[in-house]
Design a protein around this ligand. Structure first.
Ligand SMILES: NC(=O)C1=CN([C@@H]2O[C@H](COP(=O)(O)OP(=O)(O)OC[C@H]3O[C@@H](n4cnc5c(N)ncnc54)[C@H](OP(=O)(O)O)[C@@H]3O)[C@@H](O)[C@H]2O)[C@@H](O)CC1
Ligand SMILES: Nc1ncnc2c1ncn2[C@@H]1O[C@H](COP(=O)(O)OP(=O)(O)O)[C@@H](O)[C@H]1O
Ligand SMILES: [K+]
Length: 481
């Protein structure tokens, strides 16, 4: 599991470690890790041109000490100081002693120093930052030409706790972060600004950090959660998932949701609705019925909503069932907040940003800019687990860290791929995973299936569904090294 901690937790953890060890040791560890990553990126340090952008706090201190290390190995290091009178004193002395040059941000040559660099180190601001880059910093960042950009701790201008970006921010190729991941490095738009993220161990133990704010499942976590049939299993014990989707107008949504569900671990898939002929024609193994959901036979979880149209009656029956329910697409529009809150069994809502915006009564852009708070707010209002789809898919419940999906590709933004995801995640719910796990494992597999199916080319939603077994095999392989 990749876990991310809030600024408050990181600061508390740092205090614990500082109380245990000598003054300045954390910054030296941070600077050593940063310098090592810069050296790796440069390949040859001797003769390289490195420019440090140095702000008023310890983030700039890290950059200066790392710069000193690189200068001692023969790099030509220049520091551009945004606040010369407040730049980290020890770091500045170390850089000067190692032969580094120091330039004020307002000096005529400052931008040229940035433009000529082969590597730019962003030490403008770290976890002490608020808001986007200020004007002088933004001007210097705009002067970067071909340099590799390395952000210290996080890209300046990105909100560490949320990934929100208000105004300008540094676009890094690599971010070297210290002690723990911050949520803003995992969640878009911040994640995109961060580039590749490297974590440097500076001696903070999980116990020093307290409660995680966000977490991303890794391969091994997903493998552990995948439902696998045993000797005792039969199709009913594996779980039956019921799909209430599709309409005369949108039969395809039903077919795609069933396509996802058949690959998701349930032992059987029931389809209930007017697209039964289309479903059976494509997937003869589906148990279909055209009557009301309450008469369709037992299921361990329902999926309701894709292509449903205005069928509030079928939705109401599903919500009244005492099993987990996944609500997607039209179902989200039709389900009342209270109907969901009052359910006794778990509910998983799977909106995209537009649907989440409609439910929250805000603009879509607001959800996209503040994904974490939107997902949390929806989970709170509905008393449900919320899987917010999009460039960074998040799964939020009332309690526990928000799950951030690390897989996926923008090629998944194709009609019907959300229907496949709801079938898949619903199938995992029926197989016994709780709503958080079903949502996050579903998103993980779906994201990888998107990558497998696409390999850089456009794909249809059915291609994504077809790729799920290969992904499952890869993730679930016990001998995987
Ligand atoms: N603590 C530790 O043990 C360790 C910490 N470490 C390092 O320290 C970093 C945190 O350092 P920090 O606390 O000094 O804050 P930091 O991020 O440098 O900001 C400083 C000042 O910047 C300013 N500012 C604010 N917003 C701004 C903006 N948008 N654009 C421009 N400027 C802005 C604001 O001052 P203002 O100008 O508003 O008075 C603020 O006070 C952390 O990220 C890590 O790199 C590591 O060495 C490991 C050990
Ligand atoms: N920019 C993006 N990057 C990665 N994944 C994306 C992006 N945009 C959409 N997706 C994914 O594509 C799928 C689209 O689902 P959805 O919006 O419900 O489409 P539909 O309703 O057509 O099925 C979701 O899994 C979502 O996370
Ligand atoms: K930074």
């Amino acid at each position: 599991m990749r876990t991310a901690y809030s600024v408050e937790s990181v600061r508390a953890g740092e205090r614990v470690v500082m109380d245990r060890g000598p003054e300045g040791v954390l910054m030296q560890r941070a600077a050593a890790g940063l310098a090592a990553e810069c050296a790796r990126l440069l390949g040859k340090v001797y003769g390289a041109r490195v420019t440090l952008l140095v702000g008023s706090g310890d983030n700039g201190g890290d950059a200066l000490y790392a710069g000193a290390r690189l200068a001692r190995r023969g790099a030509g290091v220049s520091a551009v100081l945004l606040a010369p009178e407040r730049a980290h004193t020890g770091g500045l002395a170390a850089l000067r002693a190692a032969g580094g040059l120091v330039v004020g941000a307002d000096e005529a040559r400052a931008e040229g120093v940035v433009a000529r660099a082969g590597l730019v180190v962003d030490g403008i601001v770290g976890i002490g930052g608020r808001g986007g880059l200020r004007e002088d910093a933004a001007r210097l960042v705009a002067a970067v030409r071909d340099a590799v950009v390395v952000a210290v701790d996080l890209p300046s201008g990105v909100d560490a706790d949320t990934g929100e970006v208000h105004g300008d921010a540094v676009r890094a190729d690599v971010t070297v972060t210290f002690g723990a991941y911050k949520p803003g490095l995992l969640i878009d738009p911040g994640r995109e600004y961060a580039g590749v993220v490297r974590l440097v161990d500076i001696g903070l133990a999980p116990a020093d950090l307290g409660r995680a704010e966000a977490e991303a499942l890794q391969f091994a976590d997903v493998e552990r959660l995948l439902p696998v049939p045993g000797g005792e299993s039969d199709k009913y014990r594996r779980g039956v998932v019921g799909i209430v989707a599709g309409s005369e107008r949108y039969p395809g949504a039903a077919v795609l949701a069933v396509a996802g569900a058949l690959r998701g671990g349930a032992g059987a898939v029931r389809y209930v609705g007017p697209a039964a002929d289309a479903v059976i024609a494509r997937f003869p193994e589906t148990l279909v019925s055209t009557g009301p959901p309450s008469k369709a036979g037992r299921v361990q979880a329902w999926v309701v909503g894709p292509g449903l149209g205005e069928d509030a009656e079928r939705l109401g029956e599903v919500l009244a069932a005492d099993v987990p329910v996944l609500i997607d697409a039209d179902g989200l529009r039709l389900a009342g907040e209270r109907d969901v809150r009052e359910r006794r069994a778990p509910t998983l809502l799977t909106p995209h940003a537009g649907e989440a915006a409609a439910l929250l009564g805000v603009a879509r852009e607001e959800v996209e800019a503040g994904r974490l708070s939107a997902a949390r707010e929806l989970a709170r209002r509905y008393g449900a687990t919320v899987l917010l789809k999009g460039s960074t898919t998040l799964v939020a419940s009332g309690e526990g860290p928000v799950r951030v999906n690390p897989t996926g590709t923008p090629w998944l933004a194709t009609a019907g791929s959300g229907d496949v995801l709801s079938g898949l995640a619903g199938s995992l719910l029926a197989a016994g995973l709780d709503a958080r796990d079903a949502g996050s494992v579903g998103a993980y597999l779906h994201g990888l299936a998107g990558r497998y199916a696409s390999e850089g080319a456009p794909v249809g939603a059915h291609d994504v569904a077809n790729a799920i077994p290969a992904v499952w095999r890869e993730v679930g392989r016990p001998d995987r090294g």
